[in-house]
Design a protein around this ligand. Structure first.
Ligand SMILES: C[S@@+](CC[C@H](N)C(=O)[O-])C[C@H]1O[C@@H](n2cnc3c(N)ncnc32)[C@H](O)[C@@H]1O
Length: 336
């Protein structure tokens, strides 16, 4: 198991301290609307009131964790995403080796701003990996008119999470030469010489991981070990996560045996990540992301369980009104 390097700070300052060409790959899950992890929004999240964080529908009586609601972003805030990622991509450029891959968790309605910024910055767009899972995104009903339009939903129910894949162009004539010089340019195959597929069947972050790391955007180890492993074609090098959160990328890297560096701006999340690294890495012994699920399936909810939950959620769509903030908003609107 490798010991990662965790640094408290703003990645926009900290990336400058890295040595040039020291990073082989980046795997990260940035704050999507940029605002949801700003100090003001994190304060609202922790106090449980207002802001971009919303409680998802309660379909089975269980209290769910808040999710950021990106529809509240103004067009200016959306433009800011592109401006921010342009600077971010430029800061990363000298630190990343030619041929190094950058994998960024996306959001179907906002990711084009990130793609546009990275491509403008010289990175190649290498497509998207899809994490297939049953989330809570989309499927909303017409607000305040659910009964009037019982057969209408405003957006499709989300069942995937996109991960955008980019590559800094290779500097050598061929990928083989680039691999020899920089150890980058390709992706590592799965066990048995299978290329990484661009669709990965996944599930929500298991409760045992959430019990270790109380971060609202924690990604599951199953997915992270598969993704992180694939990013270093020769099986060694340094993976950077500039928006580390609860440290799921670094925990995955240390299980696989990769060196890794993570930055986190929020002191509470930073401490959480430090404490969580060892217990997260100790979960699922033997699973290093070299196979898609055979070694892991005993931990994952079965497809049947997942689709049952999904059906229940669709049938009980009035569950949206279980959110007290939404209920208050609706009552207020009805009075007007
Ligand atoms: C979406 S979360 C990442 C969650 C992570 N993938 C996990 O599994 O725990 C994004 C994180 O980036 C942090 N962050 C936001 N802006 C940052 C910045 N400029 N530099 C470093 N960290 C930042 C936030 O505090 C938040 O914890």
């Amino acid at each position: 198991m490798k010991k990662p390097t965790l640094l408290l700070g703003n990645c926009m300052d900290s990336m400058g301290t890295l040595e040039d060409h020291s990073i082989h790959a980046v795997c990260t899950d940035p704050p999507y609307g940029l605002t949801e992890f700003s100090p003001g929004e994190v304060k609202k999240l922790r106090s449980g009131h207002g802001g971009v964080w919303r409680l998802p529908p309660s379909w089975d009586g269980c209290k769910r964790r808040p999710l950021p609601r990106f529809t509240v972003l103004s067009s200016e805030q959306r433009k800011d995403i592109e401006v921010f990622f342009k600077s971010w991509a430029a800061l990363l450029w000298p630190k990343l080796r030619p041929g190094g891959h950058v994998l960024i968790a996306g959001n179907p309605t906002l990711q084009m701003y990130v793609q546009s910024a990275l491509v403008a910055g010289g990175y190649e767009n290498r497509g998207t990996l899809l994490r297939i899972y049953h989330g809570f995104r989309g499927g909303d009903r017409p607000k305040l008119a659910e009964k009037e339009f019982p057969d209408v939903c405003v957006t499709p129910r989300g069942n995937y999470e996109p991960w955008m894949l980019f590559r800094k162009p290779i500097s050598e004539k061929t990928v083989a030469e680039n691999l020899r010089k920089w150890e980058t340019g390709g992706l590592r195959m799965l066990e048995g010489g299978k290329p990484l597929p661009d669709v990965i069947r996944s599930f929500k972050t298991p409760a045992c991981e959430r019990a270790i790391v109380d971060h609202p955007s924690l990604k599951p180890q199953h997915l992270m070990r598969i993704l992180v492993r694939a990013l270093l074609p020769l099986g060694h090098g340094i993976v950077l996560d500039p928006f580390m959160g609860g440290g799921s990328t670094l925990a995955a890297a240390s299980v696989i045996g990769y060196d890794s560096i993570g930055f986190e701006i929020d002191p509470e999340y930073f401490e959480l990540a430090k404490r969580a690294l060892f217990p997260l890495s100790a979960l699922y012994p033997g699973f290093d992301g070299s196979v898609l699920d055979s070694a892991f399936s005993k931990y994952a909810p079965t497809e049947e369980e997942e689709s049952y939950k999904q059906l229940y959620l669709l049938e009980k769509s009035e569950g949206y009104l279980d959110n007290p903030i939404e209920r208050k908003r609706i009552k207020k609107a009805q009075k007007v």
